[in-house]
Design a protein around this ligand. Structure first.
Ligand SMILES: [Fe+2]
Length: 201
């Protein structure tokens, strides 16, 4: 934070700074912030009605296992949202989507409880060609909640060399959606956290 930013946020009695922006306590005691998670393209491979499940792995699945979790917040940036439908889908380690099987592989839906938390166990996606360029590895999201605007987005992975030339991952607005895989899990799985901030309808 530079000095100018510090003065501005101090003047507005900032509640706190996060990597997502500023959260301000309003005179009426509520909060306001600029933490909205940005959108991304839906892509052609979405399938509705994927199973409600947290574990997208199965016997014989190739790839590096990852534990993906996060909390969904409302537009004030601090209140967890319950009854949020979090849908994810991604390709397998070979870069292929399951577009027609009844197993809906690497596709799942989860519904948050009052702590706003969602989680999935899956694998690190591979890559597929978009024209002549490989898209960076990514996971698609569709997030739906009764009082919030629907969010369609994607996350990417820090250090992926295909981000720079990708028309969507390289955008400024995608920066906060490039997440870090961390070796925190005691079983050697990679962990990643992606919190989601919805906008009011
Ligand atoms: Fe995709």
């Amino acid at each position: 934070m530079n000095r100018k930013d510090f003065i501005i946020t101090s003047t507005l009695t900032a509640f706190g700074m996060s990597t997502f922006g500023t959260i301000i306590r309003l005179p009426n005691g509520t909060f306001n912030g600029d933490c909205d998670t940005t959108n991304d393209i839906m892509g052609p491979f979405y399938r509705a009605e994927a199973p409600i499940r947290n574990d997208l792995t199965y016997e014989g699945l190739k790839g590096t296992k990852i534990q993906l979790k996060g909390t969904v917040y409302k537009s004030d940036c601090i209140t967890p949202l319950e009854n949020v439908l979090v849908e994810i889908w991604h390709c397998n380690a070979e870069g292929e989507y399951d577009n027609d099987s009844k197993d809906y592989n690497q596709r799942g839906r989860a519904i948050t409880e009052d702590d706003g938390v969602y989680s999935f166990t899956t694998i690190l996606p591979g890559k597929y060609l978009n024209g002549k360029l490989y898209r960076p590895a990514h996971i698609h999201y569709r997030v739906t909640e009764a009082n919030s605007k629907e969010l369609i987005s994607q996350i990417y992975f820090k250090g992926d060399p295909h981000i720079d030339k990708d028309p969507w991952a390289s955008l400024e607005k995608a920066k906060l959606r490039i997440v870090e895989l961390k070796p925190e899990d005691i079983n050697g799985n990679l962990m990643l956290n992606f919190d989601i901030y919805l906008q009011d309808k």
